[in-house]
Design a protein around this ligand. Sequence first.
Ligand code: KG4
Ligand code: ZN
Length: 334
Amino acid sequence: SGGGVILAIETSCDETSAAVVRGGKEVLSNLVSSQVETHRRFGGVVPEIASRKHVESITLMMEQAVAESGLSLKDVDAVAVTQGPGLVGSLLVGLAAAKALALALDVPLIGTHHIAGHIYANRLIGEMLYPAVALVVSGGHTELVVLEREGSFRIIGRTRDDAVGEAYDKVARALNFPYPGGPHIDRLAMEADDVNELPRAWLEPESYDFSFSGLKSAVLAEINKARMKGEPPMRPALARGFQESVIDVLVTKALRAAEEFGARQLLLCGGVAANRGLRGTLTAACEARGLPLLIPPLSLCTDNAAMIGAAAHLKWVRGEFTPLDAKADPLLSL
Ligand code: KG4
Ligand code: ZN
């Protein structure tokens, strides 16, 4: 099929990414330039530096995405870009580049929500069934979303404090791992021989919300306790206890939502979907219930432009375009 070639751009945080996606499903190219080395020495993303880095690489990323796709600019039917949420200075760079290209090519601009992108990364790997429940877990987000039908989103739960990835990164930092610490905690937890049991924050019985700051404080308290005794903290057992507590709450609430909303499919997405413990536990739980589960491969879980192209294609089909004077919205709602 020839139609619906979308050049997509994603610059909402610290990855500069450009992709070419055909028909919302076929990834022709998906390039990601990570700034993680630049930000590592600061222990987290520095917004001002992130936007400057985006400026340096966005043009080259767009050119390479087109070159690697095997198509040319005249084949592009629309330009899609993450309009929010995210760091405003970072979003602005992608949005300005997308507007300029859409204007030059005389094709529509399609502003896209970052979380819709994470969710529709699943379009790139399989057929989506509705109603669906999506568990979105990243450095900036922890959300349970119900999709009654294609393109409709209802957030039923979110974190009241730290995002999951953020909690992982903070705990990792306390255990002396470099940023981003999530993968280190994951590895250590898988290797651990014992578990330092930590509390679970279930919140109110009916609630689909999450809270991870209490758990994070519990880990920090354990570390301090060890220091007071002049002992090193039990890193593997703590990592395991933290990981088990996080996964228990995420998986339990996601499955309860799937049941309550009659989901025909569960979707896992966002950077923390890389977590081996989470993938394994959710896969086993869904298999036991006969509930179909989609989890994108790692390259489509972390921030990337192909997922933006997949989400934008649904708008392209409906002719939902974005005016060229549209603004970046760091708090854009889904
Ligand atoms: O989606 P993403 O690339 O960027 C955001 O939009 O936030 O997610 C990055 C987050 C970081 O907090 C990182 O520590 C976490 O995902 N992460 C992990 C793992 N791999 C990445 N957290 C736990 N276990 C992992 N294996
Ligand atoms: Zn993200």
